[in-house]
Ligand binder design. Structure first.
Ligand code: HEM
Length: 428
């Protein structure tokens, strides 16, 4: 058993959190090169932490040894969303997952299909209308927000525009608290971002509780009839599901999809993706492999253990870095190239080597819903539009936090494929 390469430095002074959060991808790339190892040690959030950038390390952390590496109950997520499955461990987490998963599978998932289709149609049908290039990330974030508020809260933009706007505003304020310092200071005429966020959370909770008391239909109706540990659990999970995080992640993937398939050079790829569902699957896998929306996830070692052959003492943190895991050359040849064919060739059956949605016992419970939504949105784009970068030369350098996307919002021009086609008669 070897010692982790790298070092954790001394408490506080040796902490590398700021450097990591500024540019997590360069941070990892530099250390992978320096230590010649895709698993290394650094100090993150003032805790010695094993960084996992290899497929093998990720599989051990999230699958084989998931009972040894636990979620951190003091995570900032708990501060903002209260006790949810995200930061719970053990039997409680298992039972919560069992209950919640039923909302995202089988009949519940199927009953979302019509709404998903209609929201894609409504939000994507006018992309070429203005004749000007679209800021795609904003357009897709709007689509993602309509999806989550309509699906999870029964609030539809076209039916209740005022309430919809109010919730979007509150979700944004709540979100900004997540990324501002957790200092609850409030003085007349000034309040810190965090305290504004807590106010927004209280207002959102009031709306959510009202929905849970009065709506018997849809997701809210199913959620309130689930066996959950206490009376606040349903509302806290709804707060999590409607948070700004999910629309941002959906917009990240859709933005990366349009960028990878933009321009005349990619026309063949777009046509093939319409006709061949397996090829579209490969395209979407390749989009999430290269551009996973979230940089990764964090655990704490509950006892002495090993990862990829390196000793990890009890109390150490362990983070998996999805962007680096996905470019592990041991598994993905030409790791930086966009090659949808790899998923029906050399990497066929290797979907479990990706971790955009986590992996193993604590993977994302929304992964199937996201898959249905993405396929619907991407098919709509492919069937109705050609698109290209406008202007053709743009700086597409990605930033990775809070979700992956080009730091300068890219703009894209969409052209209707068949202008004579009526939107009314074709909702595909
Ligand atoms: C593009 C969309 C999404 C992405 C990229 C994504 C990604 C992830 C990732 C990476 C994790 C694992 C975190 C970790 O290992 O610590 C996760 C967990 C989770 N996701 Fe998602 N997610 C998405 C959409 C959704 C949706 C639509 C829902 C449900 C409304 C959802 C609910 C959850 C929950 C509840 C967990 C925690 C599971 C647990 O801790 O047991 N996600 N997601």
């Amino acid at each position: 058993m070897s010692k982790l390469p790298g070092n954790a430095g001394v408490s506080v002074l040796g902490d590398k959190s700021l450097e990591f959060y500024r540019d997590p991808v360069s941070f990892c790339r530099q250390r992978i090169e320096k230590h010649r190892s895709r698993v290394f040690l650094c100090r993150l959030l003032n805790r010695p932490t094993a960084f996992i950038c290899s497929v093998q390390g990720m599989r051990e952390l999230l699958c084989e040894k998931s009972n040894l590496f636990l979620k951190d109950p003091t995570d900032l997520m708990t501060n903002m969303y209260g006790d949810t499955v995200v930061t719970t461990n053990g039997e409680e987490a298992c039972l919560l997952r069992l209950s919640l998963t039923s909302l995202f599978t089988g009949g519940c998932l199927e009953s979302s299909n019509d709404y998903i289709t209609s929201v894609c149609e409504r939000c994507l049908k006018d992309l070429s209308l203005s004749g000007n290039p679209e800021c795609v990330y904003s357009a897709f974030k709007h689509l993602g927000t309509e999806l989550v508020l309509g699906l999870f809260l029964n609030v539809r933009a076209e039916e209740q525009p005022e309430l919809y706007k109010e919730i979007v505003q509150l979700c944004t304020e709540h979100w900004h608290g997540l990324i501002s310092a957790p200092v609850n200071v409030k003085v007349p005429l000034w309040s810190s971002g965090f305290s504004t966020a807590l106010d927004a959370r209280d207002k959102l909770m009031a709306i959510i509780k009202d929905k849970l008391e009065n709506d018997t239909q849809g997701f809210v109706g199913s959620l309130r009839s689930l066996p959950l540990p206490d009376s606040s659990s349903a509302s806290q999970h709804l707060l999590l599901f409607i948070s700004a995080l999910i629309p941002k992640a959906l917009a990240s993937l859709l933005t990366s999809f349009t960028l990878e398939l933009s321009g005349n050079e990619q026309e063949k790829m777009r046509r093939r993706a319409i006709e061949d569902p397996d090829y579209l699957r490969g395209v979407l896998l390749e989009v999430q492999r290269l551009w996973p929306p979230f940089i990764g996830g964090r655990r704490i070692a509950d006892q002495d253990s090993t990862l990829a052959g390196f000793h990890v003492p009890k109390g150490y943190g362990a983070v998996y870095i999805s962007q680096s895991v996905h470019r592990d050359p041991e598994v993905f040849q030409q790791p930086d190239s966009f090659l949808p064919e790899r998923w029906s060739g050399r990497n066929a059956g290797h979907e479990h080597f990706l971790c955009s949605f986590g992996s193993g016992a604590r993977n994302c419970i929304g992964v199937k819903l996201t898959d249905v939504f993405l396929k619907e949105a991407c098919m709509y784009l492919l069937k109705h539009y050609d698109w290209c970068l406008d202007p053709p030369s743009q700086d597409l350098e990605y930033k990775w936090l809070p979700v992956s996307r080009p730091a300068n919002p890219p703009t894209i021009s969409f052209t209707r494929l068949d202008p004579t086609r009526s939107d009314r008669s074709d909702t595909s």
